[in-house]
Design a protein around this ligand. Structure first.
Ligand code: ZN
Length: 461
């Protein structure tokens, strides 16, 4: 049992309840037993209170800190941690064609190292749940999904890996070289295997699988349609890249005679079980379709800026009722990769488009928490600090030099520099403490990633 007290709290519940000074009590079941103003009262030792029976209480003094829900990362490519800094001035298509031949050397060791490194780094910026979109499966690479699952267990974040895929190589009119794409039936079979082997639908699940063909320019329509049917047969979610760049819009017009969102609709890829990465280039009709179908969006403002892809219409999406979460995207197109920093980037991007009232700090925090939970279908158990929800919590230190004198804690967190985590818990388990990762050794993660980087470059030569 943990009692976090004397801290400001932004619960991000439906009413936006906040406490200037409050407490959260976490039960031994890894769920929030109570949240409220002032100090919490502990049930008597050994007695079954709301939190159930408990053995001992750890008290955390949150003086000078803000407690928020843990952040939820809705789009990533963790393997890219080993290939950062390439094509720094390229468009998406130039950047991809530079990197595909290097990614052709991926194997389980590289994927294990980069998954652990990427998730460890995410934890250090306030993330408690992350998805991953892995879509490069070289024939001789080994069991990449098993490597990911094992690495995520090591770091201790809630993990929603997707089984991605590409089956439209260059010789068939796609963008990726033929050696990094799979046969359609092989990709579908491997996707089904990942679901049956790993997907855990339990409310407190640490591991859920989603189905994620990569993008319109690297995947056939048949794979998109059959992947959607497969996901719906198994009751898992669907994810893909859509409407990221103007080049993609041109590709869809030339190949399919319609916009990316119309293409997705035609293939059965709009719905409450779908979340789309980027969705930058949307006209009003496309936003209307996402809203009407309950399709969610993973907004990745830093990656979109890095690739010069454009600025998503987040204000319009929110006003239309589209669920929007935040994503860091792969580390090769967003080298900083801090989810906490995306709160500010989302705010700045919205305001660059729409002026100073286009997004508030509290709306940015909601995108990074409840918005993300909605993208991943976890809003009943994650995304806000409420009694009965899972204790995925971020306690941010805001009385340091970087934040001193900003009285409103949410303003300090979102507008200020990245804050240090006093504590980060997943289901009540400590992942980060006093700014340091507790579940893995960051020097070891650095060494393994450096080795993975060198191995990939050696293979590419
Ligand atoms: Zn991506």
């Amino acid at each position: 049992m943990i009692l976090i007290e004397n801290c400001a709290i932004a619960t991000v519940d439906a009413a936006g309840t906040e406490y200037v000074e409050g407490h959260v009590l976490v039960g031994d079941d890894g769920r929030i037993a109570s949240v409220g103003a002032g100090s919490g009262t502990l049930p008597q030792r050994g007695h079954a209170g709301r939190a159930g029976r408990f053995q001992s209480v750890r008290r955390v003094d949150g003086t000078g800190c803000l407690l928020t829900p843990g952040l939820v990362n809705t789009h990533h490519h963790l393997y890219q941690w080993a290939t950062r800094g390439f094509a720094p001035d390229g468009t998406l298509f130039e950047w991809l064609t530079t990197l595909y031949p290097i990614w052709a050397g991926l194997d389980a060791e590289v994927v294990s190292a980069t998954t652990a490194a990427g998730l460890g780094w995410l934890a250090m910026s306030g993330c408690t749940t992350s998805t991953d979109h892995h879509y490069v499966y070289p024939g001789a690479g080994g069991d990449l999904m098993a490597a990911q699952v094992e690495a995520a267990r090591e770091v201790g974040l809630r993990f929603h890996p997707t089984r991605g895929s590409m089956d439209l190589g260059r010789s068939a009119g796609g963008l990726p070289p033929d050696e990094v794409v799979e046969k359609t039936d092989d990709a579908l079979a491997a996707t089904e295997e990942a679901i049956t082997r790993y997907h855990d639908p339990a409310p407190d699940s640490m591991l859920r699988i989603a189905v994620a063909p990569c993008s319109p320019f690297s995947v056939t329509g048949r794979l998109m349609e059959e992947a959607a049917a497969l996901a719906r047969r198994h009751g898992v979610r669907l994810h893909t890249h859509l409407a990221e760049t103007g080049d993609e819009t041109d590709f869809c017009r030339e190949q399919f005679g319609c916009t990316p969102v119309d293409y997705a609709e035609r293939l059965g890829w709009l719905g409450t079980d779908v979340w789309l990465a980027h969705a930058v280039h949307l006209d009003d009709a496309a936003i209307g379709k996402l809203a009407a179908t309950g399709t969610a969006v993973a907004h990745c403002p830093s990656s979109n800026a890095r690739l010069g892809a454009g600025m998503a219409r987040v204000r319009e999406l929110l006003d239309a009722g589209v669920p929007v979460g935040l994503g860091v995207d792969g580390a090769a197109s967003q080298e900083a990769n801090q989810l906490g920093a995306e709160l500010r980037q989302a705010l700045y991007t919205a305001r660059s488009r729409g002026g100073p009232t286009a997004l508030t700090a509290r709306e940015a925090l909601r995108l990074g928490t409840m918005g993300g939970a909605r993208c991943l279908g976890r809003e009943a158990d994650l995304g806000s600090i409420e009694q009965g929800k899972l204790a995925d919590l971020a306690l941010w230190r805001l009385d340091d030099l970087g934040h001193v004198g900003i009285d409103d804690p949410v303003t300090a967190l979102v507008f200020g520099p990245p804050a240090t985590l006093e504590l980060l818990t997943v289901g009540g388990r400590t992942i980060v403490e006093y700014g340091e990762l507790r579940t893995a050794d960051d020097r070891d993660l650095t060494r393994r990633t450096s080795r993975a980087h060198r191995a990939l470059l050696r293979r590419a030569r």
